[in-house]
Design a protein around this ligand. Sequence first.
Ligand SMILES: NC(=O)c1ccc[n+]([C@@H]2O[C@H](COP(=O)([O-])OP(=O)(O)OC[C@H]3O[C@@H](n4cnc5c(N)ncnc54)[C@H](O)[C@@H]3O)[C@@H](O)[C@H]2O)c1
Length: 280
Amino acid sequence: MDALEGRTAVVTGAASGIGFALAARFAAAGMQVVMADIEADPLQKAAVELRAAGAEAIAVPTDVSNGDQVDGLAARAVDAFGPIHILCNNAGVGGSGPIATLTAADWAWAIGVNLWGVIHGLRAFLPGMLAHGEEGHVVNTASMAGLVAGPTVGAYCASKYAVVAISETLYQEMSMAGSKIGVSVLCPGSVNTRIHQAARNRPDQEPGIAYDPNSRFADVVGGMSEMGGFLDASAVADQVYGAIVERRFYIITHPEWLQGVKARMTAILEDGSPEFRAPI
Ligand SMILES: NC(=O)c1ccc[n+]([C@@H]2O[C@H](COP(=O)([O-])OP(=O)(O)OC[C@H]3O[C@@H](n4cnc5c(N)ncnc54)[C@H](O)[C@@H]3O)[C@@H](O)[C@H]2O)c1
């Protein structure tokens, strides 16, 4: 996608972290930005911040796991700015717990936000993006946990593997149809955000739940936080921006972690087992 100025981007999970950085990056490029998030107050503050910097930005409180609310987001976005050009299905929650201990509510929360959020986003926006006939791009936020599995992050990995599969399928469908809609999947390693506090948005605040939302993926997979390598969200947003302009599909923020992907692929090709290894 070449000319982003004057076009419209929708970003979910835009009140914090990677989503806010994406919204700010698009605003800096002269785009109109529709910011969606379940946390209404921080979302309003984030939109005010971008408007103060001269951007055209609106805040639409949305729970992406709720299909009706995502339909409402799409209607509001089109109403405000007309055709939508960039869709970032980015909202997500993290947490951990051994599979044997996860409750149905644990699974429902992770799959509801991380997977159904992406599905609802595509369902609500993609037909309109195809119909208007202008260039566009979809970015789905998965994770390195969508390319390699790790112990105690089964629910998170399940949701993110599915996001990678949907994104790969969508890429194939768009390119086979000669569509003007590009597709990328964002697979971050460790990024300095509030994902470790994802429980703040969990609808059921039951005590004693197995899916411990205070545990951070990087901590779970072998103390990687101590190894450094946490990127700023703004650096990730720059990578996403570049991938949209250059039409690149896989956005890998931590290429050194691809050793884990290689080990997984080798195990598949050589009839091995999915032994756990730290990504670096
Ligand atoms: N931070 C990392 O290290 C990392 C690594 C890999 C993938 N990711 C992914 O990046 C994406 C963004 O996360 P982040 O790291 O910026 O975390 P973050 O917590 O800073 O931001 C996530 C945003 O999503 C919002 N959100 C949560 N549930 C929602 C819902 N039901 N509906 C709408 N919004 C909701 C939160 O309010 C928050 O503003 C997520 O999909 C996450 O899985 C993050």
